[in-house]
Design a protein around this ligand. Sequence first.
Ligand SMILES: Cc1cc2nc3c(=O)[nH]c(=O)nc-3n(C[C@H](O)[C@H](O)[C@H](O)COP(=O)(O)OP(=O)(O)OC[C@H]3O[C@@H](n4cnc5c(N)ncnc54)[C@H](O)[C@@H]3O)c2cc1C
Length: 343
Amino acid sequence: MQSIIVIGGGFAGLWAAIGAARKLDGCSISNEEISITLINADPYHAIRVRNYEADLDDARVPLDDVLDPVGIKRIEGTIVDIKPLERRLTIRMATETKTVSYDKLVLASGSQVRLPPISGLHGPVFNVDTTNEAERLNRHIATLSRLSDRPGGNTVVVIGGGDTAMDCVRTSVRQNAKSVKCLYRRDKENMPGSAREVANAEEEGVEFIWLSSPKKFLGANKIESLIVNKIKLGNPDESGRKKPEIQKDSEFNLKADMVIKALGFDPENLPKLFRSEDLQVTKWGTLKTDFDTMETNLQGVFAAGDIIRGASLVVWAIRDGREASISIERYLKKKSLQKTKAA
Ligand SMILES: Cc1cc2nc3c(=O)[nH]c(=O)nc-3n(C[C@H](O)[C@H](O)[C@H](O)COP(=O)(O)OP(=O)(O)OC[C@H]3O[C@@H](n4cnc5c(N)ncnc54)[C@H](O)[C@@H]3O)c2cc1C
């Protein structure tokens, strides 16, 4: 039996797997002849776009509900290594580590939350980048209403200047935060989020602290305050944007009850993570991919979604997944032709 393996149960991975199943059907090739397996870290397809909704349950679709009806197998686990020459990969699961072989492989493992090296960032600072984190934030908001009034009480500080940051500040206003502040390291003119959203947020009472960047988060189990550096914009960097530079002796302390970071996403270092040093990446860390075929530099290894584009959009992930399945179809058609000739 031959095998198509897809890594990642996001939009790109799902579309690649389901697209391949459809093509298999179209070529009259059964699951016994070629199997399709999707490997994902957990049992859910996570719809991150709906993390801000009050009920997060709908944002998690059980993968089996979608995969079972079209005969796609699922393995819950993470990839430890890929050996492209042997066409084998190792999966770490809850109770065992398993090595499987593949004929065609699709990498669709998305992008990962950006974690700059700021002291105290990992503990009591929240984000809405994954469903689990959004749920943790909801639980924390529920505890705030029980706290007595004090300096910084019910103050929310959001860090970042993109669309997610704008969602967070405006949602915080709607959830009755006493004061909502947005820290952004550049100025209003150089903010990535939509100018209309900024104007709406200002109208709703959000205070923007431009040209500022957190240096340190203080507080053990709960945030108490943050140390902030003032920033000045220097010469343009390699991206052409003015580089934020810390102003000397400009630190100030900002009291807060809650900090939400919305700093964006980076591609994971897949060659390192998958111990597959031959896998080539671009200067942005995304996988080098031929956008006509979705094939990486490794033969038979395709890629789709955020892992080739950086943090992007659902429509692109879907498109890439479909394109990868079209490339797999060429291979399936060859198989189907061989079958017909042999008959
Ligand atoms: C908060 C937020 C809001 C967004 N809002 C919008 C929006 O409004 N509109 C829009 O179009 N886009 C939005 N996006 C972007 C959109 O969600 C992504 O572009 C899209 O999900 C990318 O799809 P993907 O399949 O490439 O990756 P993902 O959806 O990230 O899926 C990757 C999957 O791979 C799994 N995985 C990762 N590593 C491994 C591993 N080693 N082994 C096994 N499995 C692994 C993960 O568990 C995950 O299930 C938003 C993103 C975020 C975070």
